[in-house]
Write a protein that binds this ligand. Structure first.
Ligand code: NAG
Ligand code: NAG
Ligand code: NAG
Ligand code: NAG
Ligand code: NAG
Ligand code: NAG
Ligand code: NAG
Ligand code: NAG
Length: 264
């Protein structure tokens, strides 16, 4: 029965709802989501409010806002003109229905990613597709904040909430470009090969999806090789001296043949 109906609808495009359509837009503020009205499909974010509107329709008894997913279909709200609007349970406390123009406002949740339409006893709109995306929280950068000059290091950018479509890196506020020295792996990872003192600085990982952008930064310190070599050298000299004194003490009764550099 249903497939036949679908075929009929496909065969006669335009005949389905006489061009009656829902228009939707995201109300401000909503991260960096597009706030322009859309007439077939809208991408919006969890936690934001969308406003669904319909052109003036011919209705005198009852109107409905309905939803549809791949697995089920149902009523969001029904309004018979002589009674208060009746909101179904999952939409309670987060929808506002305007009894004058029949518009509907919904504060979005993850599960609202589905199709919507408005219907009266006489006519129905086409289905409107709403895509609901989770906004990105601040990412987290994992890596060693200190690396020795000449060593390799990597910084990994982890997205904790939401799914990023795009990653990029900045160093001290400027876009970081790849090279032999700076490599990006799996989008999320920045590798610094043979770090030099100049690689020290603030590294920011920027993440973006359709509705939001966020970033976090990380201070990387590249240690001067001299700072590492000097203490090691000193330690060697001291150890050497001690060993020398020890040897000298044991041999002082004999002539010093090999020249004791460490003697005063
Ligand atoms: C509204 O519906 C009535 C009854 O079906 C019809 O007579 C009238 O022409 C319709 N008006 C519009 C604007 O569609
Ligand atoms: C209110 O809506 C729900 C869900 O659509 C429906 O089951 C219920 O019968 C409705 N109640 C009234 C009074 O219309
Ligand atoms: C909506 O709010 C009322 C009153 O605060 C509460 O009783 C009801 O459980 C709420 N419904 C939902 C679905 O949270
Ligand atoms: C309902 O819609 C009418 C017409 O667009 C508008 O004048 C009115 O302010 C709206 N009511 C609410 C509560 O938003
Ligand atoms: C980035 O994420 C934090 C929470 O982790 C949030 O408070 C902040 O508003 C987000 N920034 C943007 C620009 O979305
Ligand atoms: C940080 O450095 C230590 C020692 O150099 C190493 O064991 C560890 O794996 C490094 N961590 C990361 C995330 O690279
Ligand atoms: C990861 O990088 C590849 C190649 O640069 C790109 O095609 C893909 O879209 C990126 N994916 C994400 C989630 O950034
Ligand atoms: C480090 O930066 C300085 C000044 O910014 C520049 O003169 C020098 O060539 C750089 N060294 C390396 C190894 O990139």
């Amino acid at each position: 029965m249903l497939p036949v109906l679908f075929l009929l609808l496909l065969a006669c495009p335009g005949s389905s709802a006489g061009g009656l359509g829902v228009t939707a837009r995201t109300l401000s503020p909503c991260y960096s989501a597009d706030l322009r009205p859309a007439s077939q499909r809208l991408v919006s974010a969890v936690g934001c409010t969308v406003l669904l509107t319909v052109p003036p329709v011919n209705a005198s008894e009852v109107v409905f806002w309905e939803y549809k997913t791949s697995s089920q279909e149902g009523v969001i709200i029904n309004y018979a003109f002589d009674r208060p609007a009746n909101v179904s349970r999952p939409y309670e406390n987060r929808t506002w229905f305007n009894e004058t123009d029949f518009s509907l406002q919904i504060v979005l949740q993850q599960g609202d990613d589905q199709l919507y339409r408005f219907r009266s006893e006489l006519e129905a709109t086409d289905w409107f597709q709403l895509r609901v995306v989770e906004p990105l929280s601040e990412p987290e950068i994992v890596g060693n904040s200190s690396v020795k000059e000449g060593g390799n290091t990597k910084l990994v950018c982890n997205v904790l909430e939401g799914k990023a479509d795009l990653y990029w890196w900045k160093k001290n506020g400027e876009l970081l470009l790849g090279s032999d020295h700076i490599q990006f792996v799996d989008n999320t990872t920045l590798c610094i090969i043979k770090a030099s003192i100049n690689d020290s600085g603030y590294y920011a990982c920027v993440v973006r999806n359709e509705v939001s952008q966020n970033e976090t930064s990380f201070l990387l310190h590249v240690q001067n090789a001299a700072n590492v070599v000097l203490p090691v050298l000193l330690a060697c000299v001291i150890m050497g001296s001690l060993a020398g004194v020890f040897v000298w003490c044991r041999r002082r009764d004999r002539p010093c043949r090999n020249g004791c550099r460490w003697r005063s």
